[in-house]
Design a protein around this ligand. Sequence first.
Ligand code: NAP
Length: 244
Amino acid sequence: MLKGKTALITGASRGIGESIAIEFAKNHADVIINYYSDKHEAQKVVDKVKKYGVNCVAVQADVSKVDEVKRMADEIQKQFKKVDILVNNAGIVKDRTLKNMTLDEWHTVINTNLNGVFYVTKFILPLIPEGGRIISISSIVGQYGNFGQSNYAAAKAGIIGFTKSLSKELGKKKITVNAIAPGFVKTAITKDIPFFRKKLINHMIPLKEEAMPEDIATVAVFLASDKSRYITGAVINVDGGLAI
Ligand code: NAP
């Protein structure tokens, strides 16, 4: 579904980003893997993606630092000329109740999860041709909130407002801008949730299990493809029915 397209996925050295990279490669897209700290894991993803016969490179950049994002955009322009599909996936958590949250915990999450989406989209946009795709990974926490996650919820809600506004600006260029709001997905981010809390969450989910990264990645493939050409400004929940 993505033959001839080039995709940039931020935070693709593991988890949901890795899975999106692999599903895109299965659909014949060339893939640029952005990572922050884990060069070794990023290289492993590059090797897996290349097995599908597509071009793939890893580019290091901290999305929360505007200079690093500009340098990444320059590198990509030199090597690939265009980015048909941008997936803003990089994200972190630093959970604490507001009473105990430090300024650093607030700013680090906002800088990575929200300002990072702004920086990457702003400096990659000149490389996105007519008919391109921008997909950002929000969360049901941005729609409904969660105990101990006011920083994360604010950033993820910000992504939804950003997505809806940008879809109105870019529609005339046929660039679609959409968000995916996952529920609980089995990745490193959720691995520290205690066993009994996980059981309780799974009990609350109508489909009675957490999502696998591929459940998010297959929706990203659809949004990246021509089949979704008339969908823009949308937030697609992939949460097993949890947030209804
Ligand atoms: P993950 O397994 O922890 O992976 C996070 C990825 O983000 C890693 O590749 C990491 O790179 C990268 N990253 C972190 N900080 C970065 C920075 N400053 N600059 C560039 N890359 C950075 O997380 P995940 O569960 O796959 O989450 C992916 C996205 O889905 C996040 O936006 C998250 O908020 C969202 N989400 C996840 C869930 C869930 O339940 N898992 C639910 C809803 C939404 P390095 O390893 O190189 O540092």
